[in-house]
Design a protein around this ligand. Structure first.
Ligand SMILES: [Zn+2]
Ligand SMILES: [Zn+2]
Length: 128
């Protein structure tokens, strides 16, 4: 191992301090980020999801008439097609692909991509 000059040693310890500082702050950041992600990941569980099947408009069992559901996912602008796993937001009944909605939540947004209605956990939202 080559001998280090005092300057090199100093640089090395500076680098070490920086590295430790960097690792610690990265760890803290990661923890906070992880917590947030966990919360956001749970958001998708708050919306009911279903697989679209032929001849079915929206929601399967809960078709009580009324306005027809949108046939387009506002997140990816793709059609909601038979066999797609979709979800319907509890507050505004807007439909999206479940995967699109999950990605939407993961960007930190907790409202409807279409009408901006806040998506709330069932504990709050389902007491009607
Ligand atoms: Zn979509
Ligand atoms: Zn909506």
């Amino acid at each position: 191992m080559p001998r280090l000059t005092p300057l090199q040693q100093e640089l090395l310890s500076d680098t070490a301090i920086f590295a430790v500082f960097f690792i610690v702050s990265a760890l803290v950041f990661w923890c906070l980020h992880w917590q947030r992600r966990k919360e956001l990941a749970k958001m998708i569980d708050y919306v009911s999801s279903y697989t679209r099947s032929q001849g079915q408009g929206s929601g399967g069992a809960s078709t009580t008439g009324g306005e027809p559901a949108a046939e387009e996912c506002a997140v990816c602008l793709g059609a909601l097609e038979d066999g797609d796993v979709c979800c319907v937001l509890p507050a505004c009944r807007h439909e999206f692909h479940r995967e699109c909605m999950r990605r939407w939540f993961m960007t930190g947004k907790t409202n409807c991509p279409l009408c901006r209605t806040k998506v709330q956990p069932p504990a709050v939202a389902e007491i009607v």
